[in-house]
Design a binder for this molecule. Structure first.
Ligand code: NDP
Ligand code: DXP
Ligand code: MN
Length: 385
């Protein structure tokens, strides 16, 4: 990258946000930081905003504005708070906005960045899963560009470069299988066990999703929106080493794969520098030290999430947003010690099965409304057992 560029990071205090800022820190002169956001972590947000000389820091929790102002006192950083301020931060002109809020809570800010017609590096998969065509249509309408940060989707994006989607025979998403792949009794799994991912250091919610395989289910839906080759051309293979991040097989029999260390700075750097490349401090891949790569079919009896997600994607309309909302409620309840691990997928199935789904959302407001309704239904089901 030769020119100085500007960046906004939504979810700057999280795992993806931190990896992004680590890359920027290493080439500080190349970047102007426009806006950084967080949900409740005022101290880290203020520290980062000062360090990176951000124009704007936004805290999602409205009542924390006073705390943020206090933490930023004496600096030039503008402070703001609340849901609307998150969207305004996302809509500020910047060369790239990194969408790294977790959950459907990130949807409105992502849509605001898209509606500005900018480049959005998307980590926040729940936003695309929930909004689906509402988001992809907005990308087209506003001339925005989505660059996939999620490691599998970034791998596919790289493997597709210079090729036509018409020539794709299969897209294979790799899955580590998570920390519980070989654990017998899923009922007694604790939150600490579920978040202990074997290969990646990530936030709590996505770590639980990896353990249930809902992460792969969400990624299947995410992939079919990003790479519209038809749902029946996507396969999932369990690859416990997480060295191959995904693959594309073409009609001539060639399979292209992207390999790399399990370090999110690689796909993030690929987005930040796209269509060029930039340096990262990541360890070079040492295949001889790794020794063996192995592959297994997913076990959908023990981990039904990928089947549920495929069915929701096939049903289309409101189903993916309902699946995502129910999963978010279930994961939060599991992390709070309120439900067993195996109740996560059974709750999602129950919410999806419970009567007629609402009509397909046509707007951001429709998506947010059905997200809220599905959360209420999931919470009620948890309360009534
Ligand atoms: N971590 C990873 O390696 C990968 C993550 N992803 C995806 O990226 C996204 C972020 O994941 P990750 O970085 O692990 O998550 P973290 O939990 O580590 O960070 C989440 C970030 O979002 C903010 N946030 C949380 N809730 C809200 C809310 N309601 N409103 C506004 N901001 C909020 C948090 O602020 P605060 O700190 O104040 O709570 C934090 O900055 C997820 O969608 C995940 O699936 C995809 C691939 C890999
Ligand atoms: C780093 C990343 O993209 C995660 O989504 C990761 O892939 C999780 O791994 P599994 O869901 O395959 O366990
Ligand atoms: Mn991923």
């Amino acid at each position: 990258m030769n020119e100085r560029r500007s960046i906004t990071i939504l979810g700057a205090t999280g795992s993806v946000g931190g990896s992004t800022l680590d890359l920027i820190r290493r080439d500080r002169g190349a970047w102007d930081v426009v806006a950084l956001t967080a949900h409740s972590n005022v101290d880290d947000l203020a520290r980062l905003a000062r360090e990176f000389g951000a124009q704007l820091a936004v805290i999602g929790e409205e009542h924390r504005l006073g705390d943020l102002r206090e933490a930023l006192a004496g600096s030039d950083v503008e402070a703001a708070a609340g849901a609307q301020a998150l969207c305004e931060a996302a809509a500020r002109p910047a060369d790239i906005a990194v969408a790294a809020i977790v959950g459907c809570a990130g949807l409105a800010p992502v849509m605001a960045a898209i509606e500005r017609g900018g480049t959005v590096a998307l980590a926040n998969k729940e936003a695309l899963v929930s909004a689906g065509e509402v988001m992809t249509r907005a990308v087209e309408r506003h001339g925005a560009r989505l660059l996939p940060v999620d490691s599998e989707h970034n791998a596919i994006f790289q493997c597709l470069a210079g090729n036509s989607l018409d020539d794709v025979r299969w897209i294979t998403l790799t899955a580590s299988g998570g920390p519980l792949r070989l654990v017998g009794d899923l009922d007694s799994v604790t939150p600490a066990q579920a978040v202990a991912h074997p290969n990646w250091d990530m936030g709590a919610k996505i770590s639980v999703d990896s353990a249930t395989m809902f992460n792969k289910g969400l990624e299947l839906i995410e992939a079919h929106h990003l790479f519209p080759v038809g749902l029946d051309r996507f396969r999932i293979v369990v690859h416990p080493q997480s060295v191959i991040h995904s693959m594309v097989e073409y009609r001539d029999g060639s399979t292209l794969a992207q390999l790399g260390p399990s370090d999110m700075r690689v796909p993030i750097a690929s987005c930040l520098a796209w269509p060029e490349r930039m340096d990262t401090p990541c360890e070079p891949l040492d295949l001889a030290a790794i020794g063996e790569l192995s592959f297994f079919a997913p076990d959908e009896e023990r981990f039904p999430a990928t089947r549920l997600a495929r069915e929701a994607a096939e049903a289309g309309g409101a189903a993916p947003a309902v699946l995502n909302a129910a999963n978010e409620v279930a994961v939060a309840a599991f992390l709070a010690g309120q439900i067993k691990f195996s109740r996560i997928s059974s709750l999602v199935a129950q919410v999806l099965d419970g009567g007629n789904l609402p009509p397909a959302p046509q707007s951001l407001e429709d998506v947010l409304m059905l997200d809220r309704a599905a959360r209420t239904r999931a919470s009620n089901l948890l309360e009534t057992g």
